[in-house]
Design a protein around this ligand. Structure first.
Ligand SMILES: [Zn+2]
Length: 243
């Protein structure tokens, strides 16, 4: 066992998402040339919703069976036989359900009756997504914040918005910006911050096989672009809780 590895501090790759003209540019080479995303919107074909969910599930099941058979697996084995069906169902109903706008959470806005116009932070939102370059998991914590402009939403809705955009093939930078833009639009304010701290299985379980690295992405809109506001937000995120 290499002791040095044990005591090595987790490496962080910090990417400040720059979103000029709807393009995301990468500032760190380490993430690899293959990790390039092209736009803030998930690239979808114009006919993405011509097939129903049931039709898509049947088609994926057929093709996943082909993949498994090509790998040489014996699909008559009891343990493997149901896998194509399970994978197809999981893709459509669970892990990629956020591709379908019908599944977008319906968000009701409330008047801010308490006159609470300070920062509201919802931190440590656990999410599971999948890397669009390798189709293996990305998972971690999202921290979101906004400063109310007279309107508020239920706390659980912040969580739901994170989950909705996570359930797509993603790159972390796009996920960060999609959550932020959605909150800005719903809350009718620029004053939104999103920080995502995540682990990519395509980095830790294959490729460079780096088990210690984490990727941090951030979006700071409106008042959060001021240093003091940003620091206040980060202080709450780092605050230890004893419950
Ligand atoms: Zn990947």
């Amino acid at each position: 066992m290499n002791l040095e590895l044990l005591y090595m501090k987790p490496k962080e790759i910090t990417l400040n998402t720059q979103h000029n003209n709807n393009k995301i540019s990468f500032t760190d080479d380490e993430i690899g040339n293959e990790h390039i995303s092209t736009s803030v919107d998930t690239p979808m074909k114009p006919d993405a919703f011509v097939l129903s969910d049931e039709e898509k599930q049947k088609k994926i099941e057929f093709h996943f069976r082909e993949i498994m058979e090509t790998l040489g697996l014996d699909l008559t084995d009891d343990s493997l036989n149901g896998t194509p069906h399970r994978v197809a169902k999981m893709y459509i109903k669970e892990i990629f359900s956020g591709l379908n706008p019908d599944n977008k959470p319906k968000i009701a806005l409330f008047e801010n009756k308490y006159q609470y116009n300070q920062m509201l932070v919802e931190k440590d939102i656990t999410f599971y997504s999948n890397c669009e370059h390798h189709f293996v998991p990305i998972f971690g914590k999202a921290h979101v914040a906004y400063i109310s402009n007279g309107k508020v939403i239920g706390l659980s809705k912040l969580n739901r918005i994170v989950q909705y955009f996570s359930k797509r093939p993603q790159v972390q930078e796009r996920l960060t910006v999609q959550i932020a833009k959605e909150l800005q639009s719903i809350l009718e304010t620029e004053d939104v911050a999103v920080v995502i701290d995540a682990k990519h299985l395509c980095v830790s379980s294959r490729g460079v096989q780096d088990n210690n690295s984490a990727t941090v992405t951030s979006f700071y809109g409106g008042k959060f672009s001021q240093e003091s506001t940003r620091q206040e937000f980060l202080k709450y995120v780092e605050m230890k809780t004893n419950y």
